[in-house]
Every structure is written in C-alpha cells, then in structure tokens.
Design a binder for this molecule. Sequence first.
Ligand SMILES: [Zn+2]
Length: 411
Amino acid sequence: MNAAIYFIDVTNRDGVQTSRILLPKLAKTMINLYLDEMGVFQSEIGFPTLKHEVNYINANLELEKAGAFRRIRLEGWCRAIVEDVEHTFRNCPDIRHLNLSVSTSDIMIAGKYQGKKTWDDILSSMCNAVRLARELGAETIGINAEDGSRTDTARLIEFAEAGREAGADRIRYCDTLGADDPITIYERIRELGRAAQIPIEMHCHNDLGMAEAVSLAGAQGAIESGVDCYVNTTINGYGERCGNCDLVSTILALRFSQGLKRKMQCDDHIDLAKSWKIAKYASYAFGLPIPINQPGVGANAFAHESGIHADGALKDRRNYELYDPEDVGRGEPELIETGRVITTGEYGGIKGFRHVYDRLGIHFHDDKEARSILDLVQYANLHTQKPLTDDELRLIASYPEIVRKIIAVHT
Ligand SMILES: [Zn+2]
C-alpha cells in the first residue's frame, strides 16, 4: 500500500489574509463544515490572537463539541513566540491544534528582524513556544518554517530536529514566495525527511504557476524519506498574491495523474464529489468567479466545441476527458428560480421567514422560537451582506446560540 497524503486546508487563514478579498465569520464557519464533509484532515481556521477572530474560533470549537464536525481538526495559527501562545490560550482555552510560525531564511531574519534576532534566537523562541503550547493543552503542534524554500537545508534540518525534540508533531515547509520547482523541492524534502524523521507539511504558493506541482513533488520526497506528508491547500487556490496550492486540483492530480497515482495515495476519507459544492460556495462567499478553465470545477472543464474534439468526445468521452463530471460532483442540472420567490433576510418578516424554512423542512416549536431565529437570520444577513444560502439557514436554525456568537464578532 502506498503512503497516504493528508490535506490541511488553509483557506480560512492564508486565503482570508489575502489582499482585497475577505470572508465573513459565518462563511468561514461554512467552509470548515464543507471541508469536513469533503474529508479534509485539518482546517487552519484562523488567528486566535486576533480579537475579531476570537468569537468565531470559540464558536467553531463549540460546534465541534456539539458534534457538528465528523473528523476534521480545527487548528489555529500564531507566531512561534511564547507571548502569542499565551495569548492564544487566553482567548481560546479549548483550542487543541496549533501551527506556530517563524521566518527561517537568512534574507527574512536579516530583513525583518534587522539584527535583533539571531538564528539561535529563532530556534530557542520556537522551542519555548512549542513547550508552552504543550503545557497549555495543545494536542498537536506544527512548526512553520516561513520562507523554508529559501532557507539553507542544514538549518531546516536543525529547525525540524529542535522542534521535534521540544514536542512538535510536524514541520511545515513553506515555499512562501512560490520560488521552488518540482525537482529541487523533491530532493530537498527527501533530504529533510531522511535527516529529521518528522512528518512534513508542504505549503506552496503559486507565483510561478507551479503550486500544485511543487506541493506534490515535495510530498513524494517526504513519502520516499519515510515520513508522513500533509499538503496545505486553499479552495480555488485563493491566497496571498498569486494564490496557494488549489485543493481540488491537488486531489485530481493524486487520483488521475499518470505517475503520482502509482506512487502516492490520497487520504481515503477524501470525497472528491464534494468539489463542486465547496468551490461554488467559496466563489460565492468570497465574491470571486471561478475561472472558466479551473481544473475540475471551471465552466469549460467538460466542454467541447471544436470539430475534432466534439466528435471524439461524443464517440468516447475518454478521448478528451481524463475524469468525469460526476467525479467532482457535477452533472446534475441546477434549478434556478425564474418566477416568484420569497426570501428571508435583513429586512424580512415572520411570514416570509416561515415560508422559507417550511420549504427547507424546518419547523419551529412556537412563535417565540420562530421570532428569535428570525432575529438571528436578520443579523446573519447583515453580517454576510449576501443572500443567505440554504445551508447557512440550516446552520442558524440548528445551532442558534453558537451562530449568535459567530456573528457577534465583537467580544
Ligand atoms: Zn502561505
């Protein structure tokens, strides 16, 4: 059996921190739920040291306790310094999974810290942060080597070994600037894995258009070195500058590429058929269209027009399609209401509200309950500034007190 590749999605951290795009906290919550439905191993849900994330993070941890998630781990991101770890547990005492980040390349150490921190300072700060996180209750800890791809390999190994000895579970190799290429990263990760013997996360950016390729080449290096590998992704590739490694494309590559599918195996919890749903929702919530040529979920992924292609596809789809629409959850017609429609939201009243929820098969015990959910629906719509989706309405009705906390934002 080939070693499995696990997914850690960072849409709710790297995706949302991106310039000019953002998500309301209710949408971040939906993303966590959809990632769980898709079988993703872990979601990096945000910044526990950031005031406006605290209610949302605590509420998602409550959702976890209430059984809203099946398997996904909810993990927070902060700097690898003891102050941030203290701050994290003060704000979010129930958080159990953390990623602790620090820059490891000479260029960033010199450029960011301006002579105030040496390499030894970086190592000891990271180790102290890891030990403290363990003491305060962290069950899993990743150490994040920011700009790992421009960090000397011997130093990366030293960083990983020091972290492992301090109690870290994984090292995140960050190709922060998207500078890596598949062959170089494969060789470096194999060397890192062999030397440090700690599971490795691939975190790659798309500045050279190779985020998925370098992530998977690195993953192959990790697997060959005998350590587990976790690939960081974002939905639709949203992320800093030119984006991150795209979730759906990476799963497709593991399942359908000629070589990789024989060498590595996708975590078998992954349900690729949820791709369409999650990509569409993220596009809607971020307000960004899915490019027409996006792998798997773009409008043209299964479209054929030119004479030779259409003829070939009609005779046998395998002439021109590597995978089927159904593999990524497409193929069903989508109903669009073109006539009379009743919606509920910011300025809605009780009659319209009841009509919408009746259609979803959700009924309320009494008027008091219905009116309190309507209040929440109004606030939730004010919060998202977009028509609420059926799943958002379901979440509001299922966990009203938790949703109240999510949309309150201000503590
Ligand atoms: Zn990043």
